[in-house]
Design a protein around this ligand. Sequence first.
Ligand code: NAD
Length: 496
Amino acid sequence: MAPLETPVNAQLFINGEFVDASDQKTFDLSSPYSGEHVGKIAEATVVDVDTAVSAAEAAFPSWSSLSPTQRGKPLAKLAQLRQDATPELARLDALSIGRPVGTYFDGHYATMHFRYFSEAAYPTGTSSLNTPGFVNMSMRQPYGVTGVVIPWNAPLVFLSKKLAPALAAGNCMILKTSEKAPLSSHLVATMLNEAGFPPGVINILHGHGMPSGDAISRHMRIRALSFTGSVRTGRLIQKAAAESNFKHLVFEMGGKSPALVFADADLEQAAQETQSSIMFHSGQTCFANSRLYVEESVAEKFMASFKQMASARKLGDPLDKETASGPQADKAQYDTVQKYLEEGKKSGQVIETDAKMPNGEQHLFVRPTILMNQPEDSKVLKEEIFGPVVAINTFKTEEEALEKANATEYGLYASVYTKDIDRAMRVAKSFESGMVGINCTSPTGAWDMPFGGYKQSGVGRESFHDSMDDWLETKSVFMKVKGLAASTAANSVLGR
Ligand code: NAD
């Protein structure tokens, strides 16, 4: 497909049409690599959220009464259109958030989700003959109008993993993009009419948390909402939902993921995978292993390998296919990382690797950095930095390693490297974490395994299996059948 002209003029997509914000307001987007003006984006208002909800509400009766196969057709078509547009989607995310095109797995991820859910929509229910005198059944039904709020770090991943199951289940949607990364979702919006979605079934809004994110969170006619982003925002959304209509919520939030490296592990493999996990996308992923605990006897050796591998990363233009790490996504993110590095200098050691800084435009690059000897209660070990910054500490015993690993309010992903299978299983069971890697680390996962976090890293799970559940209400139906072996007592709920 022909590249979109920049700056991209991204309007709101409501009821099948591109429209300006109700007050005509826009905001500008610039590339974190070159500073170039790359987008003029409509800022959705509370009125726009309301208009989108009304459009979704009007579309819901006919969309939800289609058969799963009929609803699957536009999903499958969108999978194809989107797949054809992968290079352009990668370019748009590189322009807006500096995500290197050579690391863009998001296209494949989105295709898999739209394809899978185009055929996954026969909602499950159960029936029972166990109650004397009754045939009982449960039905799974869509919520109606539902909302999605996504972050900036992998916009297409979150758009597809939430939209595809929600639509397959029969819901109509309002999706709000992140103010930092609306371009790839805008391109998806341009495909929706051609894919065959009726007007109002999917509405895509752009803008900041205030006002549109908040308006979605507290809208009385939005009955379920799935959010991926920070704990701080998750808390605001939960409060807004509680203050409005107690909408059903699914949250995927931040992380401070540990990886334990025992002395018997394959140290080269552990160093390679853990550096790749934290340095991928310049440390801006939720499940990056940002805390490494290495058994004391091998710490020096591990550290040398880790530093050498991180030093070899190629930093540069995100549009260059050879680039492994781009800049931080914007000035605010860059400043946040710098603030934590200053903190780290006060509480312990900060060691910069030898990775070569790119020539020219480099004002938002952070060189891969290792924090050493940081106290367990220091800010840099407790808070999510979201930069190419790893903390490496040591341990002497399994017990000590686990205690340190679990001493966090986060619980998204945890890893253990060891050749001792008994220890691996003990540690896996003891980790307070929604996902565990044994001799592997994030981003390793599986389509059919639940994705989500313990503690403040999330509420609920997403996956091919789990995500349909997120978007379906459950209804129990009790049908009294005359002459079906019912005793008098069995006719009363209390008597059964
Ligand atoms: P963020 O919380 O700042 O923003 C996420 C989204 O929420 C954006 O669309 C934003 O506009 C919106 N928002 C902001 N304030 C709001 C409000 N008051 N009401 C409703 N919506 C509001 O997060 P971010 O900076 O975009 O993303 C980074 C965070 O996301 C990190 O904490 C990261 O760990 C987390 N994350 C988690 C996962 C996961 O699956 N667990 C995946 C990716 C990112």
